[in-house]
Design a protein around this ligand. Sequence first.
Ligand code: G3H
Ligand code: 13P
Ligand code: ZN
Length: 324
Amino acid sequence: MPLVNSKELFEKAYKEGYAIGAFNCNNMEIVQAITEAAKECNSPVILQVSAGARKYAKPVYLKKMVEAAVEDTGLPIVLHLDHGADFEICKDCIDGGFTSVMIDCSSKPFEENIAITKKVVEYAHAHKPYVTVEAELGTLAGIEDDVKVEHGAESYTNPDQVEEFVKRTGVDSLAIAIGTSHGAYKFRPEQCTRDPKTGVLLPPPLRFDILEEVSKRLPGFPIVLHGSSSVNQEYVKIINEHGGALKDAVGVPEDQLRQAARMAVCKINIDSDLRLAMTAGIREHFEAHPDHFDPRQYIGDGRAYVKQLVKHKITDVLGSNDKI
Ligand code: G3H
Ligand code: 13P
Ligand code: ZN
């Protein structure tokens, strides 16, 4: 099966109340970990590439690795551009064989966001085969590529704007801001309560009222959640017990993501959790084997941790297992 776009995957996910995982890829081991996990779970998957990933690994390597994963697994895989900043990068990816792109003009004024998104949609939909387009309304806190939004400067999606945005742009899916944010430090300690037993921060709940209102205005339309790592504390603990120093790292609780996946959310973006799993595996390896210096040994352990994490996400959070 060749690479697919996200249209039919989202239609089925919406109807059946689950979400497809969109996992960020930066190297071969991450691509393998995600796709082997998806294969074992019989799940479709989205492999997404940020501008930072393109800079780190070069677009040609990423594309060929994803193609290798398609050949190796036979899965329906979407190759998606994450946070495309302008028309040119979207065009470059569409021309280069991506099957889906995100144009992210969420930090620009509404009319400018519409104009650029519409231009990308026209180009992507005219492409043969059809390339799907994701856009964003509202801004998340955190860091994505070179844009850093401070906590407090984020803004929730305004449900009054979504119908007009989708109608005027023709976009295929919409990322909304309901309280998730990028990175491993999603909430300031002051925004959270602290579990008195473990000392772990408990974050404020997502704004399900906004998600509900958006889905009422856009019946049947696929919604996307960015910044949806849960910062699983077992990995933070391993990292900190093996020389790391991640203080007050906190994410979105997995039960809330599961709830969102049962609603209109069809795509859930996860990157930081993969980074934490990879780091936990490698740190643990080095402490257990200080004499090792073959990268296949320690990166191999990191890859195994990422694979285990992705299987957990697919079956316990996204609900996309056995959906092929
Ligand atoms: O949204 C941000 C993703 O986690 C990508 O991060 O820009 O460091 O590759 P990156
Ligand atoms: P996390 O930082 O929560 O993993 O979010 C990733 C993301 O939204 C990529 O676009
Ligand atoms: Zn994102």
